[in-house]
Design a binder for this molecule. Structure first.
Ligand SMILES: C[S@@+](CC[C@H](N)C(=O)[O-])C[C@H]1O[C@@H](n2cnc3c(N)ncnc32)[C@H](O)[C@@H]1O
Length: 248
């Protein structure tokens, strides 16, 4: 067989798959946007707010610093950081799904917060802002990117030399561990069934698939070091169901 004929087809196939995933993820978050905050509160028993606060406390954003909340969704982290870095710094919330970002903007108006800048963008396609931010945070976003390694590379590219980044996401634990079994049962029996009430069960069933493809903690740390971060640490939360990763 002629190699020249195989490689272009393969790369076209990969590109098509990546493009499909980007569109699929965008459609999912546009579709669930109107119930996103409600279901987040319900399904985590409100705990996601506590974990997000914990992440921001670990990262210690300071007044005057420039920050970005990538895959910001309805902007929970951006609002928390806004309180810390204002009035001298800045915070930019970036997301690729228009409808969920519109909810973030609406929340800003209700809170009378004119400080946060909202930008609609695919994180992997940000080509400006090199070495622009003192800090970057992402909650439940990294797992949704087309390519996690490219996502971490992008974060490194966006950070100033002494910058720091923190990620909150589901933990991908070993196959037969108690937390893995608990996570699967919780996602299949509780999350998907509750989402069914709002005709959103296929969208919430996607969570399990996205965790399956997400690197485990040691792999995340390895990627961070390879990309150029000097320090990388991982902490599990809720008996291993969630994880906090910090890079600097
Ligand atoms: C599970 S939500 C998390 C939202 C928010 N950070 C939170 O913790 O509530 C994931 C978000 O990532 C966004 N997203 C997924 N892929 C993205 C990409 N390539 N670029 C920008 N945003 C993306 C989705 O639109 C969605 O709003």
């Amino acid at each position: 067989m002629n190699k020249n004929l195989i490689y272009p087809n393969k790369s076209i196939k990969n590109l098509t798959m990546k493009f499909r995933k980007t569109i699929e993820v965008k459609n999912i978050f546009n579709k669930i946007s109107y119930k996103y905050d409600f279901l987040n509160n319900l399904l985590s028993f409100g705990l996601h707010k506590y974990w997000k606060r914990k992440l921001v406390n670990l990262l210690e954003p300071l007044n005057g610093e420039d920050w970005a909340d990538l895959c910001c969704g309805t902007g929970d982290l951006a609002f928390l950081i806004s309180d810390r870095v204002s009035p001298r710094g800045s915070i930019t919330g970036i997301d690729s799904a228009k409808d969920i970002l519109n909810i973030a903007k609406r929340k800003s108006e209700i809170k009378k917060n004119k400080f946060i800048r909202w930008e609609i963008k695919d994180v992997l396609e940000i080509n400006d802002y090199s070495k622009n931010f003192d800090g970057i945070c992402m909650s439940y976003g990294l797992r949704n990117l087309n390519n996690v390694e490219q996502g971490i590379k992008k974060v490194f590219y966006l950070l100033k030399d002494k910058g720091r980044a923190g990620f909150l996401d589901f933990n991908h634990s070993t196959k037969n561990s108690l937390s893995n079994i608990f996570q699967k049962l919780y996602l299949r029996l509780i999350v998907v069934n509750i989402a069914r009430f709002f005709n959103l069960s296929p969208e919430y069933a996607y969570i399990e698939k996205s965790i399956r493809n997400f690197p485990k903690k040691n792999e995340l740390i390895k990627i961070a070091k390879e990309v150029g971060f000097k320090k990388a640490e991982y902490r599990t939360i809720l008996g291993g169901a969630n994880g906090n990763t910090n890079f600097s």
